[in-house]
Design a protein around this ligand. Sequence first.
Ligand SMILES: Cc1cc2nc3c(=O)[nH]c(=O)nc-3n(C[C@H](O)[C@H](O)[C@H](O)COP(=O)(O)OP(=O)(O)OC[C@H]3O[C@@H](n4cnc5c(N)ncnc54)[C@H](O)[C@@H]3O)c2cc1C
Length: 381
Amino acid sequence: MLRYNLSYWERETFFKGFDVAVIGSGLVGLTAAMHLKMRDPGLRVAIFERGVLPAGASTRNAGFACFGSMAELLDDMTHLGEDDVLAVVEKRWRGLQALRSLVGDATIDFQMLGGYELFTDDEEDVFRECVFRMPDFNEKIGAITGQPDVYSVVDERLPQFGFRGVQHLILNRCEGQVHTGKLVQALLDQATALGIKIFNGIALRKLEDSAQGVELETETGWTIRVPRVLVAVNGFAKTLLPDIEVTPARNQVLITKPVENLLVEGCFHYDRGYFYFRNIDGRILLGGGRQLDQAGEQTGEFGPNELVRSALVQMLKTLICPGTPVEVDTWWTGILGLGPVKKPIVERYSKNVVVAVRLSGMGLAIGTLIGQEGAEMVLEG
Ligand SMILES: Cc1cc2nc3c(=O)[nH]c(=O)nc-3n(C[C@H](O)[C@H](O)[C@H](O)COP(=O)(O)OP(=O)(O)OC[C@H]3O[C@@H](n4cnc5c(N)ncnc54)[C@H](O)[C@@H]3O)c2cc1C
């Protein structure tokens, strides 16, 4: 790491006079900074991002515009009460509408192709439980979305997708998908147009809050003082705020080369959402599987996990595309921010520091609202 002091010119020109510094340029950091500027155009807002591009989850996810498949929500209810789980669903639903109206469906290739949940032979019990709870879920989630019959069993569609070993399919007809890269690009462009200054390649090491404001220490050895800070570093929060309850969790993702006559269309969850796949540009994107090596994937470092990767390839070839030649084009990893319950943290950490982190696997849906909530808290301070 390059380490040197700021010159007088650099300090007085580039880093002087900011009112708020946002740490992290993922979905939360970008929407928070934009909200600050929209609420008070006179504010001088800077974003400090350690990567050349955002380097966490926002440009590395699956692009599911989803707010809850049934087995996932039933699993969530074993850790969190039903009211709390429904409150998160409501936030995911509202968050998706907020995101879509902020950037526009066409910009992010939003497509309402539906979200499906797959059930294999050994999941008959879970499927039965979902069917039993479906009328109740349709009523409660219908009240959130304003849509009747959000969930339905659509086993008759199984032949059209060509899966092997899948016994049942439950459709959430109100879920869609987006192009993750175009989404973040659009937010970066909008943020820049609003006059937000984005500094890439600046990693924060430490922050210290005092009566004079917040002193930010960077990995390069610079110190920059700002009156107020919003920390939006999600899975990496513990490196800056050691006592915060956030654990990083890595996810492996693959994309195939284009598949001839691809049958898969829509977003699919399997095993309570631990595995997920979708179509994109005639290819399959497939990810997840961290439950196969929880300890190994509890890391903020990007990189492969061979155990998980071979399970994903196996799933691709035997369950998703049996009998069709399919080749992996490339792999990547992304880092989630998790906690003991699936609920984000938006709170005042100290007098001048607000934190908005721990978005689990639902940041695309709730990120916009979490960013806005964090920004409002900064403005109140
Ligand atoms: C593989 C994968 C698939 C997913 N699929 C979906 C999905 O389909 N649908 C969905 O809703 N959600 C999904 N998610 C979750 C979603 O992507 C995240 O919840 C969301 O992107 C979190 O946004 P964020 O801004 O909080 O965090 P991030 O996007 O992680 O942004 C945090 C930023 O902070 C920066 N940073 C960290 N430390 C520092 C530091 N010390 N100094 C400066 N900068 C720092 C990082 O570089 C990063 O850019 C998925 C996540 C992963 C990993």
